[in-house]
Design a binder for this molecule. Structure first.
Ligand code: ATP
Ligand code: MG
Ligand code: MG
Length: 350
């Protein structure tokens, strides 16, 4: 298709639209909020609610394929869109990654390692889950969590009631605490023809639940690197996936443990913009547009740093250094808000 519909108008949508534009493709963004980062770089933007049937229909009729940068589009909106135009990545990939229990069940059924987990709906099920999994553990809402929001640590049984209160009655999952040495992610892509290409794994450092920095190459042995890429490929193929996916992993002495998957371009893949000939955004656009995947081989070692909240004040200083700035054009710098990122090349790929 030559016009790509993007659901969600944040910075991921913005960078997808820029990549599409470089390939001569047009983007049409749909987002309930006006004037987001994606709208100002797209050929068209629709500002309408997720349940506005007339707006959704007009949007779907104006594009050749629909993708998304935001996972929590309501199912009914997707049903309507899908009756008119293909959605890539497909609905199953989206459904699996929208719910942490479905996600873990899917990964476990694929034979992949996850944290021990149990469903939690109330105090009784939390007690039973803690009995089985033990502390320390993390209680998370099943849906809608990001940047560590909707999570509460349970260091000992007496923290249970307070953690449950933080869920505000939402269905939850208890996860056993994984004793990892560090965190890595694989950004994988699968084309319409079934070809799979993964970027080199990156090593991720989080602060307060938010990604702070990604470094490539990640500290991984050759066999861990192979495992990481193979497990990502297995997930993509099992889902008959088309597009780019982020797979977050914990590195443990017992092997790689999958934390979560994101059915879209991923913050930990932003280093590819300056470390690879073809970055994750172009790779995603190529996949959903039915093009062959590009060559995502890494040519440089990179450190990607997120600019969060007041970090944006450092831009003049960063601009004077040898680095690539990517700013999202957001007017207001709130605490915890991702304003941009900077890629620093640290040498030719080792
Ligand atoms: P994202 O913005 O990546 O979508 P999220 O809100 O979905 O974040 P998670 O990735 O589930 O949150 O958790 C955020 C971070 O908390 C992880 O990267 C990891 O550092 C830590 N964490 C989450 N689950 C576990 C666990 N079971 N054991 C140990 N640490 C964990
Ligand atoms: Mg997440
Ligand atoms: Mg995460």
């Amino acid at each position: 298709g030559s016009t790509i519909g993007i659901l969600g108008g944040g910075q991921l949508g913005r960078m997808l639209a820029v990549a599409a534009s470089r390939l001569g493709l047009k983007c049409h963004v749909y987002d309930p909020a006006p004037d987001g980062p994606a709208a100002e770089v797209s050929a068209r933007a629709t500002t309408a609610a997720w349940d506005d049937e007339a707006a959704l229909t007009a949007f779907a009729e104006a594009v050749d394929v629909v993708t998304y940068e935001f996972e929590n589009v309501p199912a009914a909106s997707l049903d309507l869109i899908e009756s008119i135009v293909p959605i890539r990545p497909n609905r199953r990939a989206l459904a699996v990654s929208q719910d942490r229990i479905d996600e873990k069940d899917f990964l476990r059924d694929l034979g992949l390692a996850t944290a021990p987990y149990a469903m939690v709906d109330d105090a009784a099920s939390l007690d039973a889950a803690l009995e089985r999994i033990g502390a320390p553990a993390i209680l998370k809402t099943r849906r809608f969590g990001y940047d560590g929001k909707g999570q509460a640590r349970i260091m000992a049984a007496e923290d249970a009631a307070a953690a449950l209160a933080e869920m505000n009655g939402a269905p939850a999952i208890l996860e056993g605490f994984v004793e990892f040495s560090h965190e890595v992610s694989v950004i994988g892509a699968r084309g319409l023809d079934g070809a799979v290409a993964c970027f080199d794994p990156g090593e991720n450092r989080h602060e307060d639940g938010i990604l702070r920095e990604t470094t490539v190459p990640a500290r991984l042995s050759a066999s861990q690197r192979t495992d990481a890429v193979l497990l990502a490929a297995k997930i993509l193929t099992e889902l008959d996936y088309v597009g780019v996916m982020g797979v977050e992993l914990f590195v443990t002495p017992q092997g790689l443990v999958v934390n979560e998957i994101a059915p879209r371009v991923h913050n930990s893949g932003h280093w590819t913009q300056d470390g690879c000939l073809i970055d994750q955004f172009e790779q995603h656009i190529r996949a959903v547009a039915g093009w062959p995947l590009g060559d995502g081989a890494r040519h440089s070692d990179v450190v990607m740093e997120n600019l969060i909240g007041d970090d944006i004040d450092r831009v003049p200083e960063i601009a004077a250094t040898q680095s690539a700035l990517h700013l999202y054009g957001k007017a207001e710098a709130r605490p915890g808000r991702k304003m941009g990122h900077v890629n620093r090349l640290t040498g030719p790929a080792r």
